[in-house]
Design a protein around this ligand. Sequence first.
Ligand SMILES: *[C@@H]1O[C@H](CO)[C@@H](O)[C@H](O)[C@H]1NC(C)=O
Length: 297
Amino acid sequence: MGFKGSPNGVVAISFFTVVCLVMAGVSYGATFTEQFDAFSSDGYHVQVAPDGQEAKIVLDQVAASGFGSKNQYLFGNISMKIKLVPGDSAGTVTAYYLSSAQPAHDELDFEFLGNASGQPYVLQTNVFANGVGGREQRINLWFDPSADFHSYGVLWNKNQIIFTVDDKPIRLYKNSEDLGVAYPKSKPMGLYASLWNGDQWATEGGLIKLNWTHAPFIVSFKEFSTLDGCVVTNNDITPCTATTTHWWEASAFQTINRNQAEQILWVKENYEVYDYCKDTKRYTTEPVECSRNVPLL
Ligand SMILES: *[C@@H]1O[C@H](CO)[C@@H](O)[C@H](O)[C@H]1NC(C)=O
């Protein structure tokens, strides 16, 4: 009795709370269910580990599936670890992206285009602003992304977007509103992942088809705590746009440093297989934002 008013009771509760928070921080991050809603409820096409620290999505002839974040973000450093479909993944596409609501949506994309066993995966990134995309860059990764988990993310603020792999920058996309190019900076985006049959176009331009005898195709995700973005609530973006309290707004994150520039150029020189900026069939003159997105040393 008297629990509510008892000073000892209050102390006991707060001590217990602190212990729980410490345990949560040290040994466990956010669970899948805390951060995401699965797009399938059959218990098979989205599978969550009992401790909530890992999730798998399964593609077979019955269904494709995926999941989406409960929160909507505007700016931040948002990443997750992914282990891609191993073996013969030709024709499969693992999409992992931030997207705002339609129409005239903003979107930041990672798309992993599967391949025959032993052949390199292509990672395609793209940026949409106000419904306009067409800014694909494709690279081969310098490791086998199906052998282990690697982190993929974006550092996104008012001035630039940096796509990262294992925290290394692979692509820079600067705000070019001064050149008349729309930039994603006012529409909150959710984080989504899906695995689907893209064999009309994905692997060698659609030549290599998905082989269903190798199904089910499975991609795994973990580290659901690294969605470090400004969460938009009640459609009010002001706390995300009008403050200077978020670490990614600091001056160090408004431009890239020399190491980051070197890393991006290393990827471009050694691993890039397609760049919309150089596709003169699609763009007879180079899109105006292109030159400033190639870092200078
Ligand atoms: C698949 O492997 C082939 C052969 O190495 C390569 O040319 C191609 O770019 C790879 N990726 C895709 C998505 O086709």
